[in-house]
Design a protein around this ligand. Structure first.
Ligand SMILES: *[C@@H]1O[C@H](CO)[C@@H](O)[C@H](O)[C@H]1NC(C)=O
Ligand SMILES: *[C@@H]1O[C@H](CO)[C@@H](O)[C@H](O)[C@H]1NC(C)=O
Ligand SMILES: [Ca+2]
Length: 222
């Protein structure tokens, strides 16, 4: 039986959801310590971005922290195992882009991380237009979702093509995580599985002379 368990790590970060397994412990862990409660153990896991699962024993008060996000477990009475669930960490973060179409506020970078599918980011037509979000700390990411422009002429949906999605801990250490040949269509919801550690920046760039214009970008991370 798996239930969801929510905890607020700090005032600044989002809520972290965990799945919880009763009478199970993780087979391998990186850290073992004694702590006061399962909540304290979960907070330790939240504060370490490499930690993805934590097992806590109610009797011995042992807290085991592991790096696996799909941990192998074994039966063990009195243990509970918490596993982090990926969540969108791009929402509300600071974003920039290569240019703003007509310099209008309705086209700025932050509108791709406002959680609203009726607003978009929109560059001018230029060589290699890009958009970049700063997740503000390092995450282990799982996937990136892009919601393409969803209204207008057919051709404006097809602007999304030859897209490089790169990720990295700084803007100077970006690595390719997905390449999308396209072209896309209006209303497309594109999902790119992209397992990467050490990610703070996510960049979208079209490798040609084009307009970059998408409604929303979500970055799922643990
Ligand atoms: C966990 O194990 C204890 C002790 O064996 C048992 O009493 C309890 O019912 C188990 N709980 C679940 C949810 O399996
Ligand atoms: C852009 O595309 C060309 C081929 O069309 C390729 O050689 C080059 O590596 C690409 N640049 C980037 C930054 O993706
Ligand atoms: Ca939006």
């Amino acid at each position: 039986m798996t239930a969801l368990f929510y905890i607020v790590a700090s005032l600044k970060s989002n809520q972290q959801a965990f799945s919880i397994e009763i009478n199970k412990t993780i087979l391998s862990h990186q850290t073992s310590l004694v702590d006061s409660s399962i909540i304290a153990c979960a907070v330790l896991c939240i504060s370490d971005y490499k930690c993805c699962s934590a097992s806590y024993n109610e009797d011995s008060k042992i807290c085991l922290l592991g790096n696996q996000c799909s941990p192998v477990m074994r039966d063990s009475a009195n243990f509970k195992t918490l596993t982090k669930q990926p969540r969108d960490v791009a929402y509300g973060k600071s974003a920039t882009q290569s240019s703003v179409f007509e310099n209008l506020p309705i086209n700025i970078a932050s509108r791709a991380v406002d959680g609203d599918l009726t607003t978009w980011m929109h560059t001018a037509k230029e060589y290699m237009p890009f958009w970049i979000v700063d997740l503000e700390k390092i995450y282990k990411i799982k996937r990136i979702e892009i919601f393409n422009r969803n209204k207008g002429y057919r051709i404006s949906g097809e602007r999304l093509h030859d897209l490089d999605i790169t990720v990295g801990p700084t803007e100077n250490e970006m690595q390719l995580c997905a390449h999308y040949v396209g072209p896309s269509k209006l209303k497309d919801h594109l999902v790119f599985e992209c397992l990467h550690e050490d990610v703070r920046f996510v960049k979208l760039m079209i490798n040609s002379t084009e307009v970059l214009n998408v409604v929303e970008v979500k970055v799922y991370a643990w």
